[in-house]
Design a binder for this molecule. Structure first.
Ligand code: SAM
Length: 322
């Protein structure tokens, strides 16, 4: 049995018997005015972090969500466009599609604005999406891509890139891990399916996205997720796993490489009203400006003594220049 079959079996079980402890974090289940998340969707929250960011969702975007789980995030996405088929939900596990279909019926009873027809549930595989090229404004996945091994991860990202319109966004949340994991952990299909042993360091995760062509990356949040300890897992050392929320934007790749925003800022504090690097970055005196890592390095390389650089906060929430 391949690790993909093991994953399908695990989520078949998780669809038939909701498992509150599976995957999820203590992430807040946020509700908006008029938006009520049914308890069953909360119990089937098998993601880490959130992929629903209001600022991505203006102007009735056409949305795609891959790996539907109990449907909570699809309901949250629907809140922002409220049209028939506004969100396409793809999952490879029949039982998960069926469970989320039922959960949307419950959501209809609790939310008078919501209709199940807002979500188009489709059987399909993240590695070979049955969605047309350049047709999606916002695509999302939460806690699925970390399960994939390198070649499959590449395929899954290529598929998301293919279906997004130019400048469309891929919004994701996944566990990450900066420590090396031993092969026993890496090759344990069940731990991988449980989102515990497939995670990559953030830099490798970002590289997988930019290698496929995404020109802009935003790391929006970085949080503690899990500990793998020697008493309970096949490891000699304690392994600390975090989760990130990250957006990859299908912008053209800049000639000098991708813009990766990790939450760095620059503050000019010199004698003039502003500093202009003549490359599109104007730093007003004493006003922080969000900059991507590439621009941070270029400005540092100028060797000036009147620009302060903050470290990466891993909490980028828009603005800045690049
Ligand atoms: C960890 S759960 C996350 C569910 C949901 N995103 C959430 O945040 O609650 C992974 C989901 O991906 C689905 N899945 C697993 N392999 C898949 C694949 N190859 N293609 C599409 N969906 C898949 C599972 O059935 C399950 O719904």
């Amino acid at each position: 049995m391949s690790y993909l079959d093991a994953t399908n079996n695990l989520y078949k079980e998780a669809a038939l018997t909701p498992d509150v402890g599976l995957c999820c974090t203590t992430n807040p289940i946020w509700e908006l005015p008029g938006l009520k998340i049914p308890t069953i969707m909360q119990e089937m929250n098998y993601g880490c972090g959130s992929t629903v960011h209001a600022r991505d969702l203006s102007n009735n975007p056409k949305m795609l969500y891959v790996g539907v789980g109990g449907g909570m995030e699809l309901l949250q996405f629907s809140y922002f466009n409220r049209v028939k088929g506004g969100v396409i939900g793809v999952d490879v596990v029949d039982e998960m599609l069926e469970a989320s279909r039922k959960n949307f019926k419950v959501a209809e009873e609790q939310n008078d604005w919501f209709k199940s027809e807002f979500v188009d549930l489709v059987k399909g595989d993240a590695l070979n999406l049955n969605v047309p090229d350049n047709s999606i404004d916002v695509a999302a996945q939460n806690c699925l891509f970390n399960i994939f091994k390198a070649e499959d991860l590449k395929k899954a990202i290529e598929e998301m890139y293919r279906v997004l319109k130019p400048n469309g966004k891929l919004v994701m949340s996944d566990p990450t891990c900066e420590q090396p994991m031993n092969d026993t952990l890496r090759n344990d299909d069940r731990l991988r399916a449980l989102c515990l042993s497939g995670s990559l360091p953030i830099a490798d995760y970002v590289k997988a996205l930019t290698d496929v062509g995404f020109g802009t990356i935003e790391i929006r949040a970085r949080k503690p997720y899990r500990i793998l300890d020697p008493k309970n897992y096949p490891t000699d050392e304690l392994i600390y796993i975090e989760s990130i929320e990250i957006a990859a934007i299908k912008d053209p790749m800049p000639e000098d490489g991708p813009c990766i925003f990790t939450g760095k800022s620059a503050i000019y504090y010199g004698d003039e009203d502003y500093f202009d690097d003549k490359k599109g970055h104007i730093l007003l005196k004493n006003q922080p400006i969000a900059i991507c890592d590439k621009t941070a390095q270029a400005l540092k390389d100028l060797g000036r003594d009147d620009i302060f650089f903050s470290e990466s906060t891993y909490h980028y929430d828009g603005g800045g220049c690049c």
